[in-house]
Write a protein that binds this ligand. Structure first.
Ligand code: EPU
Length: 449
């Protein structure tokens, strides 16, 4: 198993390009199941979650070819359904990646039936899929649970039937549930109205691609999405939006090391809650272009600090509120703020696994239920720590960049799920970070389970 070895205390300087978004790309890849024509996706990041989704699509009859056509050109992923006979997403793959649930709506809508292994919980909580199922049932699907699999069939094995679907749950809407129901409704008979739809930019990107394929969708990005079903969808050539969570992580990297970094291809307009909190902390995010003349989702900006980090309050919320996927990274930053900060998690109440590891690095964090009070300290210290989930691990990398001494982060496969070559990119702007094999790091050592 690989580890990261990070020597803290280096300043960063230079430019990083923000890659295509993992959470946009996963449902976009799954949407290729909705058409018999070729789908081309550009700027799909090279991540283990993406490779797992491609493996799953391969098993479901999709031929996939990925390559970089020229140096510095966007990567290209070409997908084409060549066999529609398979409709079972097996446990072997689903258990490696919860986002496999993205294929549920597209296969049901196109092939009339689907069997997807029920995803289990994960490090950040229980993560039910009841809203996905409720949404598809509202479109007429008959759903049963058989041997741990969700089995769904269209009424009379024909098309789904449009209806009004309410996707609100105890924590607001559901992002992938909205993606599933919206994708399925594109091929349903009649009109579907999704109330309490997720408003995340990744949903807007999916809607834009589906519209380019011939779907009739209005309202994506608002809590009410209206879909007029069509009989077939065509092929498309689509560029994935940049990753707002990767951008927020690099912004925190500049801030925690008191450095100046430039980010290109940065989706600033999708990041207002994060940049608002950064400004409150004392971190400046300055777009370097005329915003109005450029694509607002692909900006260049410079991140700089004015020295002292100020404490703030943060509450995670559905978009456009503060994203839960940046909670751990901001908590790492607030460990070094001058005073007490309060972070409340409202999307995944158990998403605090980074707290114990940050504490091992010298931070002072007190958790009460879904709220953590972070009392800023002057200095963090390097330590051997354990990555537990993707974003928690990113928080540990940030803390390590600012720590005195060496940090060894174990289980970096969590990071590889969502950040492409993170170590090379941070090293390119001056960080001291190396990927090593666990066995090579005996001087520091680990606690085993
Ligand atoms: N929920 C239900 N029932 C459902 C679905 C969700 O109660 O049927 C609850 C969840 O338990 C959670 C809340 O609703 O409390 C929101 O969950 P949501 O369904 O929106 O999450 P998701 O769609 O499974 C996506 C991202 C996550 C991100 C969340 C929230 C992808 C592949 N995953 O998950 O990303 O945290 O939205 O924004 O898009 C990550 O990238 O690290 C990550 C975990």
């Amino acid at each position: 198993m690989d580890v990261f070895v990070i020597e803290g205390g280096r300043k960063l300087a230079g430019t990083l390009r923000i890659n295509g978004s993992k959470n946009a790309a996963l449902p976009l890849l799954a949407a290729s199941l909705l058409t018999d024509e070729p789908v081309t996706l550009r700027d799909v990041p090279d991540l283990s979650d993406i490779r797992n989704m491609e493996r799953l699509l391969g098993e479901l009859g999709v031929e996939i070819e990925s390559h970089n056509e020229e140096e510095n050109a966007l990567s290209t992923t070409r997908l084409r359904v060549v066999d529609q006979s398979e409709f079972h997403a097996r446990y072997d793959i689903v258990r490696t990646m919860r986002a496999s649930i993205c294929v549920l709506g597209p296969i049901l809508a196109k092939r009339g039936q689907v069997r997807v292994s029920m995803p289990g919980g994960c490090a950040i909580g229980q993560r039910p899929v009841d809203l996905h199922l409720r949404g598809l049932e509202a479109l007429g699907a008959i759903i049963t649970l058989e041997g741990g699999d969700i089995v769904a069939k269209s009424p009379h094995s024909g098309r789904l039937i449009g209806d009004t679907v309410f996707l609100g749950g105890p924590f607001g809407s559901t992002v992938l549930g909205t993606a599933n129901v919206m994708s399925a409704a594109t091929l349903a008979q009649g009109t579907t109205i999704i109330e309490c739809a997720a408003c995340e930019p990744e949903i807007v990107d999916l809607a834009n691609m589906l519209i380019a394929m011939g779907a009739q969708i209005t309202g994506a990005g608002s809590p009410r999405i209206i879909i007029e079903g069509v009989e077939t969808l065509g092929g498309v050539d689509h560029v994935v939006i940049p990753d707002r969570i990767e951008a927020g992580t690099f912004m925190c990297a500049a801030a925690i090391t008191n450095s100046t970094l430039t980010l290109t291809n940065c989706p600033l307009d999708a990041m207002m809650s994060a940049t608002d909190r950064l400004e409150a902390i004392g971190v400046h995010v300055d777009p370097t272009n005329q915003r109005s003349t450029l694509d607002p989702l692909r900006q260049t900006c410079t991140i700089s600090t004015s020295g002292k980090l100020k404490p703030v309050q943060i509450t995670t919320q559905p978009h456009p509120g503060f994203p839960t996927d940046l909670q751990a990274q901001f908590m790492a930053l607030l460990c070094l703020a001058d005073g007490n900060s309060v972070v409340t998690e409202k999307i995944f109440p158990e998403r605090f696994l980074h707290v114990a590891e940050l504490t091992r690095m010298g931070s002072s964090i007190h958790k009460h239920g879904t709220t953590a009070v972070i009392s800023g300290v002057k200095q963090l210290t390097g330590a051997p720590v354990m990555a537990s989930d993707l974003r928690a691990s990113a928080g540990l990398v940030l803390a390590a960049l600012a720590s005195q001494g060496t940090t060894v982060i174990n289980r970096v496969y969590h990071i590889d799920r969502g950040y492409e070559r993170l170590e090379d990119r941070l090293a390119s702007v001056g960080a001291s970070i190396r990927r090593m094999n666990e066995k090579e790091t005996t001087p520091i050592g680990f606690m085993t389970e």
